[in-house]
Design a protein around this ligand. Structure first.
Ligand SMILES: [Ca+2]
Length: 346
């Protein structure tokens, strides 16, 4: 190995590490003024790729990239650890608030017939759909303040750890103009480019959004009816099982306790349900709910405000982690859905 190769071997990971810990815009991006992202070398490569694939009109793409503004705040947001470092005791109070439940009740009353229709059409609990929209955007009140084009270009061209993913999302985003009538210049969303009531990223928008009010457009940014149908469709396509439970609190028996440890899954990494209820019971974990012995499940210990809580997650719990890859997120959605159902049934 020659000197340069050795240096490269050590320098590359360091550069990547620095990029993750202290993300900064590239010199080209920081210099960007009138031309936005247009002259950035990575953007130039992207333009050539889109041209070769004939995926979008080149002149329009150049205009769009010229208008795209590099955002340092987006790099800082994506590098910030979020739910990965939080415990359930810290995470729960963010989402399980009386205010959010009340906003959910209000949204339910405005859109009850749509939620019922979505439940019938896709077989997904109306309360889970309602909880997703509540956790994601407080029922459309916080859909994100970044231009999606700024978010996707900043992350595609100036955030090497995730550039492949965001270049792909940027390509999907371009297609949304034709396919869903999205104004690519105006669309706003999260720092990661997630859009609308349910915060769909561009690839999910293309694959799972539906025109639920039948007006000929799939509009997740301004149309709550389309958003409700699309969340339901997303869940159905990801394996939601109609009428089956999501999760159950469980009690751990002291005697056989040690047998349980190797069966527990991480509260921060989603895992497919590969244990059976019988296996968990034999290891000393007893669900409060009456669950079939052969149901596929996960068992997780969450650190709640009063100490460890044991939860059994079923297939539908796993499906919620397909929406956002975090068991804490799935638990927040599940508990909010239960709180909403209780409130709406009382
Ligand atoms: Ca529509």
């Amino acid at each position: 190995m020659n000197f340069h190769a050795v240096m490269k071997k050590f320098l590359m990971p360091l550069a990547l590490l620095a990029c993750c810990l202290f993300p900064t815009l590239s010199a080209q991006a920081a210099d960007a003024t009138a031309n936005g992202y247009l002259d950035h070398p990575e953007a130039q490569k992207f333009i050539a790729e889109i041209q070769a694939e004939q995926a979008y009109p080149p002149a329009k793409l150049k205009d769009l990239l010229r208008s795209a503004t590099p955002q340092q705040s987006i790099l800082e947001a994506i590098a910030r650890p979020a739910e990965k470092t939080k415990t359930w005791a810290e995470y729960r109070p963010i989402f399980l608030t009386e205010e959010r439940v009340n906003q959910g009740v209000e949204f339910y009353r405005q859109h009850e017939s749509t939620l019922v229709h979505a439940e019938q059409e896709y077989g997904v609990s109306r309360y889970v759909i309602l909880a997703i929209i509540g956790v994601e955007t407080r029922y459309g009140k916080h859909m994100g303040r970044h231009r999606v084009i700024d978010a996707l270009t900043t992350l595609a061209f100036d955030y090497p750890p995730r550039s492949a993913f965001f270049r792909s999302e940027l390509k999907h985003f371009l297609q949304l103009e034709q396919e869903a009538g999205i104004d690519l210049n105006a669309a706003q969303g999260s720092y990661a480019g997630a859009m609308g009531y349910g915060q769909f990223i561009a690839s999910s928008y293309r694959h799972y959004a539906v025109d639920f009010d039948g007006d000929g457009r799939r509009d997740l940014l301004h149309n709550p009816v389309d958003a409700i149908g699309s969340v339901a469709n997303y869940f159905r396509q990801h394996g939601w099982r109609t009428g089956e439970p999501v999760a159950s609190l469980a009690r751990r028996l002291g005697e056989q306790a040690r047998a349980l440890e190797p069966l527990l899954s991480s509260p921060t990494r989603p895992q497919k349900p590969t244990r059976s209820i019988l296996e968990l019971k034999q290891a000393g974990l007893l669900p409060d709910a009456d669950l079939p012995a052969d149901s596929a499940a996960t068992a997780t210990r969450f650190l709640g405000k009063d100490g460890p809580e044991y939860w059994i997650g079923l297939q539908n719990f796993y499906v919620i982690t397909r929406y956002n890859h975090s068991p804490l997120y799935a638990m927040a959605v599940y508990q909010l859905s239960e709180a909403l159902q209780r409130k709406l049934s009382s």
